[in-house]
Each structure stands twice: as C-alpha cells, then as structure tokens.
Design a protein around this ligand. Sequence first.
Ligand code: 5AD
Length: 372
Amino acid sequence: MQLQRVLNRVYSEKRPRIEDLEFLLSLKTPDKRDALFDFADRVRETHMGRGILLRGIVEFSNHCRNTCRYCGLNRFQDGLERFRMTRDEVLACVRNIDEAGIKTVVLQSGEDPECDSGWLAELVFDIKEHFSGAVTLSVGEWTAEEYDLWRRAGADRYLLKIETTNPKLYRDLHPGMDHNFRLACLETLASLDYQTGSGSIVGIKGQSVRDLAKDILYFSESEFSMLGIGPFIPHSGTDMGRELPGGMDLALKMLAVARIVTKNTHLPATTALGSQSGSSAWKAALKAGANVIMPNFTPAPYRRGYDIYPGRDRVAESPKSCVAVVESMARSIRRTVDFCRGDSLKMNKRVFQADAGPFYFRKKSQGGDTIV
Ligand code: 5AD
C-alpha cells in the first residue's frame, strides 16, 4: 500500500523527499490520517518513551514592539491593557512551578521594547539559584550579546519560532521584520549552546502544503531540540481576524510528520492546539507524536492580557490542579507524566551537566562586578 511505503521511506531516509511530505500532509480520509497518527505515535514511543514531560510557562510581559499581523499582542492593539510582571511576581510563579514538581520554567513575553537585558539576566540568575530545573527563554529577537548574557546567567534553552520558512509569506505576515535576521538569531542561539527550539504556525492564509513540507525539511536539517507546532487561530482584533482558521486536522498532520522525520525532538501539544477544542485536542496531539505539555502558571489577573489568540482560557487550569489534570489525561491514554527536566536529546554535550553553573556571572546586588 502506497501510504505504508511512504511512511517507511520518510522515517528511514536521511533526507525525506518533499513530495512524500506533501503527500502525508495532504491525506484526506480519516482512515489514512489515523494510519499517519498511529505511525507517528509508534515513532514517539520508540524514540521518546511513554512519558509526558511538563514545562511551566510564565508569560511575564505582553508589551511588544512587533507587528505580526496574526497576533493579538502586536503593537497596533491599542485596546489591550499591557502588563509587565515584577521580579517578585515571576519568582512567585517559579515557586508554584517548583512545588508542582515541574522541572522546567519557560519565561515568555512579547518583544518588550523596554526589556532590560540586565534585569532579565539577573532574574534568570536568581531563578537558577533557588530552582534546580531548567530555564527556557522565549522573548523574541535580540542581539548576540544579549543572548550570550542570558546564557551566561544560566538560561538553558531558547524558543524562537520561525513561523514560516517561506520568506515572502514571512514578509507579508511580519511587516518590517527580516526573515534572514530571524534565521540568524536561531543560528546564534544554537552557537551559544542553547537547547534551541523553533516551530511554525500552520494553515495561515497564503501558506501552501509545499511551504509546510519545506518547514519540516528546515526543522530536520537544523536539529532543533524542540518544535512548537500549532494551528493559526484568527484573532478578531487583528487584520487577519476574518481569515479561515488553520484547523486542527492540518496541525495534527504537521505534528505527526515532524515526529516521523525528526524522531527525538521534543514536541509539545501546544496551547494553540488546546485552544481549539480543549483537552481533547491535547489528547489527540499526544496520540499523534507529541510528548510535552506546557501548563500555564501566569497569574489569573494577567492571563487575560496575554491575548495572543482567542480560546486560550480553554486550557487554563489553575497551578494547583494542572498536574492532576495532565496525570488523569495521561492515564486515560496509558501514558505517564515524567517529572524529569526533559533536556534535549539532540546534543549530549554539556547540557546534561546539571551543576554546570553560570561561572562567568557575578551579581550586581551582591556588590560584585556587573556581568562580565
Ligand atoms: N494563531 C496561532 N498562533 C499564534 N501565535 C501568535 N498569534 C497566533 C495566532 N493568531 C503564535 C506564534 C508565536 C507564539 C507566541 O504564538 O507562533 O510564536
């Protein structure tokens, strides 16, 4: 049968054929889609095991200088109440994450024009002093010096989605932004030895199946540690508010193909997926290749302000109950929650040295030098 042949080929060839990827992403009938998801599920089992890793997200600022046409935080959203959490507020969220037994904190924000890189470095350093887990930053495009500073302060990982590898579509979706600079940021991050994650928006206007297949090729060549793949969700406050949504189906196929091609990459059941149909979408993602869930630990008063796209409250469990919710979901699909750090499986160099401290860094507040 052609489908099985293509699945085996995509799994086993070093560089998959673009026509094969397009074929899989275009599967229409439910039985064929299920065969794709089952195959991806088996690849996940072989390369990642049955554990579902947890990452606690803190969305600490919704200020953004960017113009991404699909995003509810873009700088043209005049009606949006902007917030920026204090250091102590962030540390309180980290304590909640720690108490829940989760060993990764993801600090996420818009590209806050007032982000003080020294402030963020000190925050990372403070977190790492008290929290034994990993810190992931997801704060957008900055200079190599800033990425280096945060890395030396102790940040372990960085997420920066390429969104699309089609330069023309990228330009159209992100007026004034530079696709080459984004690619360069991803290279810089990898060269600084961050466990680097990327990903794309799926099913956005102007994106072809071939574009998605090319995203997969780029992901596979770049050896990312993690990939966030989620459907486009129209936000009524943006100028793309009337466009068609990307759709669960296409996003799940993209996730499954990413699993089959990239094998041991961490793939979360993204918030965007969950925002479409709550935990049933997360479950579907976990059965189509995903191995990570990222519960949100942003305090309730700020969650509303982090209005990237609608429906995010569908997956908003309270910090106290989120782990129990994921555990029961895991049980229902005969999986388990894995409370380890879940480091990258792509590079086995220094990232696994749990006590490799930020030895270059001395804290201002301790009367030492500034960051050197
Ligand atoms: N639909 C889906 N994903 C979106 N993002 C932002 N806006 C939307 C939207 N309307 C995603 C982008 C970004 C991440 C923070 O959220 O991929 O990288």
